[in-house]
Ligand binder design. Structure first.
Ligand code: FAD
Length: 448
């Protein structure tokens, strides 16, 4: 362990490792690069700009994972604008990071790099944004072509784990620690286990028991058929490269990880697409702003069982199954005719895996303003989707107690049952067939 230099007001390590979306020790090339300098100070900065915009669930999840990292290595935790804090802690030393690629992260790092030497090694992605390009050097617009080129590009093997890293003793602000501890205490619901060990346990259990049937099971919200690793991947508690090292590159699971890299790539090339339409084709689209209906969507009281189940799963756990994310997003944009950023904002407030690239481009995919040939005229039917992907109604009954008494698939259509509304389940907010027609008319009008 390094000891402070006499007369110096900073510790005597040779470099700083600034953790952001890479809250892990295993397979962390930026940490190794910092340690190659001899010794390092491990730093996490609670950034008020991020803190203020994350809802209580995301704050709690971030805090729990920062504290879990601090249990594992001596981590100096400070509170303040990284543009001030990082140069102050660095005090002339080089600062190592994993490259950040979101619009905010790039701006922030640009400003910090004007004051310190910032060395970026790796990124939160298997293949970092900007690296996969077509023959003309342009970014891919379509996922299937991106995924092919992504596999051809490939990724490095997982990096080694430092055995006994030479890190300075933690020198944290009490105020920063208090903020993190308060955030964990104020978590609106039980969070998954935080930290690397919990993430690896989750991965191993999925790899051994779930991966084989993932291709069939991944669309079933009534089964626990997906890895549930998105919250860990989002904060870099696990790196996708570590997972890709343990699955065939042609597997469906690898393809899902490619979606994550794809959306990061799209956002990197078009930062303004975080909050505005990526494709201008639907610029003239007419949207509504129905306060009461948006509130019914948020609170899971639209009268469409699968939509309500999804929105309540989100509200009570900070996570929602992918199939149901698509159904609920389609309902807001096509049945209620609301512009997608309204829904994307709400998801980001509540999701513990809330990620501006995957979320906002997931929303744009559904809304028809984003990448890929996701046609606007694809309007998810919330009833047939429910019957197909939750065929016994188990998912709906799990999250919507007012429908618990309806057996099997009848939970998807309470209006067909004499006792469907006896427990005060709300009537359908809109008629899906009418709204589908309306959505298509608006679409035609916008396309001219
Ligand atoms: P698995 O099925 O086990 O997949 C493994 C991993 O692959 C995921 O953890 C994730 O990192 C990646 N992945 C899978 N599907 C996608 C996808 N369509 N796009 C990008 N990455 C994917 N994912 C987020 O991580 N954060 C978000 O904020 C987010 N918002 C979304 C919003 C909408 C409207 C939609 C349609 C999708 C969104 N997704 C988001 C993608 C997807 O729903 C989640 O990644 C997935 O549900 C996470 O559960 P899992 O880890 O069990 O997934």
């Amino acid at each position: 362990m390094s000891t402070p230099k006499p007369g110096s007001n900073r510790d005597s390590t040779s470099a700083v490792m600034w953790f952001r979306r890479d809250l892990r020790v295993r397979d962390n090339p930026a940490l190794l690069a910092a340690l190659e300098e001899g010794s390092a100070t491990a730093l996490f900065v609670v950034d008020p700009a991020i803190w203020a915009t994350a809802g209580p669930a995301r704050r709690a999840w971030l805090a729990a994972n920062v504290l879990a990292l601090a249990d594992r290595i001596p981590l100096t935790i400070r509170h303040g604008d990284p543009r001030d804090v990082v140069p102050q802690v660095a005090d002339g030393r080089r600062v190592h990071v994993a490259a950040e690629t979101t619009p905010y992260g790039r701006r922030r790092d640009g400003a910090v790099a004007e004051q310190v030497e910032l060395v970026a090694t790796g990124s939160p992605y298997a293949v970092g944004p900007g690296l996969v390009r077509n023959g003309s050097g342009d970014p891919y617009q379509v996922f299937s072509a991106f995924a092919r080129a992504w596999r051809e590009h490939g990724w490095s093997d997982p990096a080694s784990t430092p055995r006994s890293p030479d890190l300075a003793p933690a020198d944290s602000d009490q105020a920063a620690l208090d903020l993190l501890e308060e955030a964990v205490a104020e978590a609106p619901f039980d969070l998954p286990g935080a930290g690397e060990d919990a993430a690896w346990r989750r991965w191993r259990s999925f790899r051994d028991d779930g991966l084989r049937d993932y291709g069939d099971e991944r669309n079933r919200p009534d089964h626990d058929g997906t890895s549930r690793l998105s919250p860990y991947l989002h904060l870099g508690v696990l790196h996708p490269r570590s997972l890709l090292a343990e699955v065939p590159h042609t597997s469906t699971y690898a393809t899902e990880l490619a979606w994550r890299d794809f959306y990061a790539d799209v956002l990197w090339h078009a930062p303004s697409s975080a909050w505005s339409d990526l494709k201008p084709a639907l610029e003239g689209m007419r949207y509504d702003d129905p306060d009461d209906a948006i509130e019914a969507w948020r609170t899971g009281t639209t009268g469409y069982p699968i939509v309500d189940a999804g929105m309540r799963q989100l509200m009570h756990t900070g996570w929602m199954h992918n199939r149901v994310r698509m159904i609920t997003a389609s309902f807001l944009t096509k049945d209620l005719h609301v512009w997608w950023p309204v829904g994307a904002r709400h998801f980001l407030d509540l999701l513990i895996d809330g990620d501006v690239a995957s979320n906002n481009h997931g929303w744009q995919w559904v809304a028809g303003t984003g990448t890929d040939a996701s046609p606007y005229f694809r309007v998810f039917n919330p009833v047939t989707q429910g019957l197909k992907f939750d065929p016994q109604g188990d998912y709906v009954r799990r999250w919507v107690p007012e429908l618990e008494h309806l057996p099997g698939k009848s939970a998807h259509e309470p209006w067909k049952s004499d006792v469907g509304y006896e427990r005060d389940y709300p009537l359908r907010l809109v008629d899906h067939a009418d709204e589908r027609r309306e959505a298509l008319e608006r679409y035609q009008a916008a396309r001219g």
